[in-house]
Design a protein around this ligand. Structure first.
Ligand SMILES: C[S@@+](CC[C@H](N)C(=O)[O-])C[C@H]1O[C@@H](n2cnc3c(N)ncnc32)[C@H](O)[C@@H]1O
Length: 341
């Protein structure tokens, strides 16, 4: 059966077996990979727009992408300005690798002389795409850019504290079994010395088929009680897979034991509602410039407001490892350290 006509199922979680062909883990991995493999090149078009123009930020998530990019650019620029000449980047669940290509291109332009970057993902088709698109970038002097197929629920091969910027963007965490999340958070913290940046869908986000635009969807059901998403596309493809929507407090709690949380904010509280989609947003609501600026102002005003944050399309978490002193304090006097957070 080709991935295009695959009907996939999902299994979770706690009693995940090893690599046995019919283990729950194997089925979970296959179910998620099948969705993103089947989407193939359509995924990058849907998520990022034209892959040859990675800085155009024109896609469905243009507003959120611009915000994330501004943040990443700031972190990279500050690192370079501090005199550092070597940078190591990691993108967990990189899909077609657009975010890593952006970071590598920018790091090279900023004058980092050694740029080591690894992206990995469950979906073979996305990794193939990422490798193809890496072409010229990976041949730049000092750049070592690799993409491989791997599962974020397995231990990372990176040594402790070697990654300057670690990414886990757009719903990767939503696909992971609950039981694996604490160890995934701890692994990401183990390898990160600089910043960790994650984006997840929030509990108030509008429906999404994740790998395909909503125009292609005939039927979608999200069951929050069982964290299951079922989709039937207009071309007959069907998929059922784990999809967990996060609350802001839940996302913070997941990482707070391992990182200092620098920022936790809403992305696309308002913009996303006006994204053209023939069935959800009539064409008359297409955003023009003045309205877009007004929405951007509102986004900033309410992005961290407790009453609004969970209504976002996505939540953005920016974190960094606790300072050595804080980590020591946390070991010696955990209650006091917690009260200081
Ligand atoms: C919505 S896409 C986001 C891709 C990319 N981070 C981006 O922002 O464009 C979610 C990705 O997570 C990947 N994924 C899901 N579970 C994973 C896991 N356990 N390990 C690695 N990748 C995973 C999927 O294959 C998919 O490519």
């Amino acid at each position: 059966m080709s991935p295009r006509d695959a009907t996939v199922s999902v299994m979770d979680s706690s009693a995940e077996g090893a690599g046995h062909p019919s283990s729950p883990r194997r089925e979970r991995v296959d179910a998620i990979a099948a969705v993103y493999n089947a989407a193939g090149d359509d995924y990058i078009a849907y998520a990022d727009g034209d892959p040859t123009r990675p800085f155009a930020f024109e896609g469905t998530h243009a507003h959120a992408d611009r915000l994330i990019w501004r943040l990443l650019d700031e972190k990279l620029t500050a690192l370079r300005a501090s005199g550092v000449r070597e940078v190591r980047l990691l993108d967990a669940g990189c899909g077609p690798g657009t975010w890593l290509r952006r970071l590598v291109a920018r790091a090279h332009a900023l004058g980092f002389t050694v740029v080591s970057a690894r992206g990995f993902d469950l979906a073979q088709a996305q990794i193939q795409r990422a490798r193809l698109l890496a072409g010229n970038l990976s041949r730049l002097p000092g750049v070592d850019l690799t993409f491989d197929v791997a599962d974020l629920t397995s231990p990372l091969p990176e040594p402790d504290g070697c990654v300057d910027i670690a990414l886990c963007l757009y719903s990767v965490l939503s696909h992971l079994p609950d039981a694996s999340l604490p160890s995934v958070a701890s692994e990401l913290a183990r390898v990160t010395s600089g910043h960790f940046v994650a984006a997840v869908r929030s509990i108030g986000s509008p429906p999404s088929a994740l790998a395909d635009p909503m125009e292609n969807v005939r039927r979608i059901e999200r069951d929050h009680a069982s964290d299951l998403c079922e989709i039937e596309l207009c071309d007959g493809r069907q998929a059922a897979f784990r999809f967990h929507l996060f609350g802001a407090a839940e996302l913070r709690d997941l990482f707070a034991d391992h990182f200092d949380i620098e920022d936790l904010r809403a992305l696309d509280l308002f913009h996303r509602r006006f994204t053209p989609d023939p069935r959800w947003s009539p064409p008359s609501l297409a955003i023009e410039r003045t309205m877009s600026m007004e929405l951007a102002r509102l986004e900033e005003a309410y992005a961290r407001h407790p009453a609004f944050i969970d209504h976002a399309s996505h939540l953005l978490l920016v974190a960094r490892p606790p300072s050595a002193a804080a980590a020591a304090l946390s070991r010696l006097a955990p209650r006091f350290a917690e009260s200081m957070r």
